[in-house]
Design a protein around this ligand. Structure first.
Ligand code: NAD
Length: 407
């Protein structure tokens, strides 16, 4: 159960930070968890009902914020866990939000475009009751994209009778999206790696597990900066090329063949093998719980960057820490995505849009500041980077909870 992992991480961090009882108690439960059915008229005329979710976890610091996932494995336990992590993540990167998450239990690849649109609008027709520009602001996550955000924003605007771009982020530029948002998660992770290599000796070979939105941009940014990406994977399998991939060619293969292991001359490897390759930096950019107590001892990457949410379970965390791996945790490493989502929301609210280099410069400032704040706690308290990021975030949530003096 993924949600259980969040509570284990929380328990571990609580040993290093003093929290008022109100914060401890409220962080055990989501503020709201909403499960609903979405009926969709399919292309063949039949009616199919899908299950949708939206969870607002902790809103002490502001409206809740977090993506919507379309995946056959989506369930309330997972959505709750992801919403919890969003609460912590928004506090780590210090943006004025709480955490939320949503999803639909579906394999979107099996739907036509028209069915996908009806499903996405259907999600918003139910979820509009708990989302809103000052209440809860969704964004893309696994297997959702700008087009889906556009349909959802439009549906919300129709229901409310007013143009409401601030209800959702990750939108296309034509509908109030922000420049730089499409690659912000990877860019934030890349900025973390750049800060980390200033502090320690790390080589240049990189393995990227999960060549999707986050993972492919990370591979691009690192390749452009002289790192050597020697292995990549997607849901269909992995590809290894000791001399390093040519990024443009890799992207071309992925776009055309829809799988990375069709890259000419590469060695096909399994999704398990890729994690255990000899490398300097291992980027985890697929789904949760891929590094567990079963394989953590075999991980050879010296630095581990969690672009995905929750890829390393708590038992594996302890093993990696014992083996002196430097792990940049999800709540910091992938926070660039929500940070630029926040910038998009700010731009929507003021109706004035920033240049791409302005967005990236603001992101750089945030990432450098919070990476170093986390690193300092990690050093001062001799705790792993994840626990340090929790300590930083919990302190901020605690302050807001105390200042509200609620209930
Ligand atoms: P995506 O759907 O674009 O990519 C996911 C990729 O993982 C796909 O290429 C898929 O084929 C691959 N994959 C699935 N199962 C795999 C497996 N077993 N082994 C290897 N690859 C596998 O999604 P994304 O937006 O890139 O998200 C990836 C992760 O990053 C998720 O955990 C998501 O929550 C997290 N994340 C994304 C963003 C963002 O802005 N996109 C922000 C924060 C966190």
């Amino acid at each position: 159960m993924v949600f259980e992992n969040t509570q284990k991480q929380l328990e571990k961090a609580k040993k290093h930070v003093e929290l008022v009882q109100e914060t401890e108690e409220t962080l055990k439960y989501p503020t709201e968890a909403f499960t609903f059915s979405i009926p969709v008229r399919m292309d063949d005329g039949s009616l199919k009902v899908f299950e949708g979710h939206r969870v607002r976890y902790n809103d002490a610091r502001g409206p809740t914020k977090g993506g919507i996932r379309y995946h056959p494995g989506v369930n309330l336990d997972e959505v709750k866990a992801l919403a919890f992590w969003m609460s912590i993540k928004c506090a780590v990167i210090n943006i004025p939000y709480g955490g939320g998450k949503g999803g639909i239990t579906v394999d979107p690849h099996k739907l036509s475009k028209a069915e996908l649109e009806k499903l996405s609008r259907g999600w918003m027709r139910k979820a509009y009751r708990i989302v809103g520009p000052d209440r809860d602001i969704p964004a893309p996550d696994v297997y959702t994209n700008g087009q889906i955000m556009a349909w959802m924003m439009d549906e919300y605007s129709i229901i409310k009778g007013e143009y409401s771009p601030g209800v959702i982020t990750g939108k296309p530029l034509s509908l109030g999206g922000s420049l730089g948002r499409s690659y912000a998660t990877a860019l934030g992770g890349y900025y973390c790696v750049k800060e980390a290599v200033k502090k320690m000796e790390v080589g240049k070979t990189v393995v990227v597990q999960g060549f999707g939105n986050a993972g492919s941009h990370m591979a691009r940014l690192l390749s452009e900066d002289g790192f050597k990406v020697i292995a990549v994977s997607d849901s269909k399998g992995g590809a290894l090329l000791e001399e390093g991939f040519d990024y443009d060619k890799l992207m071309e293969v992925k776009t055309k063949e829809r799988r990375v292991d069709s890259y000419p001359g590469c060695k096909k490897i399994s999704n398990e093998e890729i994690l255990e390759l000899e490398c300097d930096i291992l980027v985890l950019a697929a789904l949760e719980n891929v590094v567990t107590e079963k394989n953590a001892g075999n991980i050879k990457g010296k630095m581990i960057v969690e672009l995905a949410n929750g890829p390393v379970n708590p038992e594996a965390d302890d093993i990696l820490h014992k083996n002196s791996k430097f792990l940049i945790p999800d709540i910091l490493a992938n926070s660039g995505g929500v940070c630029v989502s926040y910038f998009e929301w700010v731009q929507n609210k003021q109706g004035y849009y920033w240049k791409e280099d302005e967005v990236n410069a603001k992101l750089l400032e945030k990432m450098v500041k919070e990476f170093n704040a986390t690193f300092d706690i990690h050093k001062e308290k001799s705790i792993d980077m994840r626990t340090a990021a929790y300590v930083l975030a919990l302190g901020r949530i605690d302050e807001a909870t105390k200042d509200k003096a609620i209930y």
